[in-house]
Ligand binder design. Structure first.
Ligand SMILES: Cc1cc2nc3c(=O)[nH]c(=O)nc-3n(C[C@H](O)[C@H](O)[C@H](O)COP(=O)(O)O)c2cc1C
Length: 150
């Protein structure tokens, strides 16, 4: 069984897009290093105000990872939306995939009933997982396109 945890938190990173991206790069590189060691996979959705993250793996590793993340001062008031056991990973290929909300993704957000501003406290965890799966597919297609173009 795989343990899956969905939480959201408030993004407290100050500054503009550039500061956001620098921080994100640090978070993603630490995540890739630790999560590949711990067998944790998942997806991180974020905008200037919120983080929403899905973590999956062995229960002990997911709990340990979440507890470490929750102490991070780059966000605050981490709130668990749901935990459950699943048969198989939803994000097997991502030690931590991530997508910052950009205008090119608006259609995907709209398809999931998320309009101008995301309010994670009103999201159902199933909605978060479904959105993340579509964002993952979008990111994958974009990367493939870049590879072809390059
Ligand atoms: C929104 C957010 C998501 C994060 N996700 C992960 C994660 O999936 N895995 C992880 O190891 N660290 C994650 N981090 C970073 C941890 O809080 C922490 O900085 C890091 O694990 C420390 O790693 P180190 O001890 O190897 O430097 C995240 C931080 C934030 C703010």
């Amino acid at each position: 069984m795989i343990h899956q945890l969905v939480y959201y938190s408030r993004n407290t990173v100050q500054g503009g897009d550039r500061a956001m991206l620098t921080n994100l790069r640090e978070i993603v590189s630490a995540s890739q290093r630790n999560n590949s060691r711990d067998g944790v996979t998942g997806f991180l959705i974020f905008d200037k105000t919120w983080f929403v993250q899905i973590l999956e793996g062995d229960k002990a590793q997911v709990v340990e990872t979440y507890n470490r993340i929750a102490r991070d001062t780059r966000h605050s008031t981490a709130t668990i939306l749901n935990v459950r056991d699943i048969e198989a990973r939803f994000f097997p290929n991502w030690t931590m995939g991530g997508a910052m909300r950009t205008p090119e993704m608006e259609e995907i957000y709209l398809e999931h009933g998320i309009g101008s501003a995301m309010d994670p406290s009103r999201l159902k965890s199933a909605q978060v997982v479904a959105l993340a799966l579509d964002l993952q597919a979008f990111e994958q297609a974009k990367r493939q396109g870049q590879r072809l173009a390059g």
